[in-house]
Design a protein around this ligand. Sequence first.
Ligand code: AHR
Length: 325
Amino acid sequence: MKRFCSLLLVFALLFAMTGCLGIRPTEPSDKPYVIGFSQVGSESDWRVANTKSVTAAFASDTGYELIMENARQEQENQFAAVRRFILEGVDFIIIAPTVEEGWDTILQEIRDAKIPVIIVDRSVAVDDDNLFLTNIGSDFLRQGNLAVEWLEGEIPADRTAKILHLQGTIGATAQILRTKALEDAAAKHSNWEITSQLYGDFTEAKAYEVMTEYLKTNKEIDVLYSENDNMTFGAMRALDEAGISYGNGGQVKIITFDATKEALQYCHDGKINLCVECNPMFGPQIKQLIEKYRNGEEIPKHVYVDESAYTTQNITQDFVDSRAY
Ligand code: AHR
C-alpha cells in the first residue's frame, strides 16, 4: 500500500510538471514585479527630476515594471489612476499626493485589494497611519525654518521688512509647512510684515501672471519668499519688467526652495539670495524600501532625504555645474 501511494505521488508530480493537470508551474523570474506610480504632474523642474529619478531606479532592473500616471496636479486624476492600478492587479503602488487631505477612502480601497502602498514626496493626512507602509520625502518644515533662520540674520531688529509670499499648491505638504515656518516667524518678529500671499501653484506661468498684476500697484517689497524655483523664475521676470532690482545689493532679497541647477546658477551670480534645497533624487531609496518590504524587513514609518541651503557665499561654479537637476 505504501509503495502504491508513493507511485501515485510520483505520477501526480509528473503530470503537474508537464502541465497535464492544468497547473502552471510558478516562474517568478519571468514575471516582473509591477508597480503603479501616481505622480503629481510636471509642474516644475523639481518634478521632472523626481519623475526621472523614480523611473530610472526601476528601468535598470528587468525584475520590475513601473507604470507611471501623470495626474496633472489633480487629486481626482490620482484617484482614477489608483483605481486602474487596482483593476490591473499591480503588485505595489507608489503615490506622490497632490494635497494632504482626502486620501482615507482610496487608501482603504488599496488595502482591501491587499496591495502595499508607499507615499512619496509630500504626505497624506489620514486617520489611520497603517493605510500606508512608509512616507519618504523632504522635511518641509525644516526647509522653511532654514529660510527664516537665514532671514533673521539679514533683517535688523529696528527695520521693518515687507515680505511678499508666493505660495505653491494650497494643501500640499510643501506649501503647508513652508508657509507655517514663515507665518510662525512673522508672528514672533513684530518688524516682519507679510504684505501679501499670492497663489502661484508651483508654476512659472502662474507666478509670472500674479506677480505682474501685483506689481502694477505695489512696488514696496523687501523680501520675496517663493515656495519653489519655477515660481521664483516667473517672479524674477515680472520684477525685471517692473524695473525692480533683486538679489545681492538689490531692492528685493529672494528666498527660493528646490535649489535646481538654474536657481543655483542665479544664486552663484548674485540674483537669488538663498536657495533652500528640496532633494528630488530619491528614486533609488524608494526602490530600496520596496525591496526591504519584499524581503520581509522592517521599514521606518518616515524617511527624510538629505538637504541643505545655499547662498552666494557657500557655492562654487563647480558645484553648480555638477548639479544633476
Ligand atoms: O513637493 C515638492 C515641491 O513640489 C517642490 O518644491 C516643487 O518644485 C514641486 O512642484
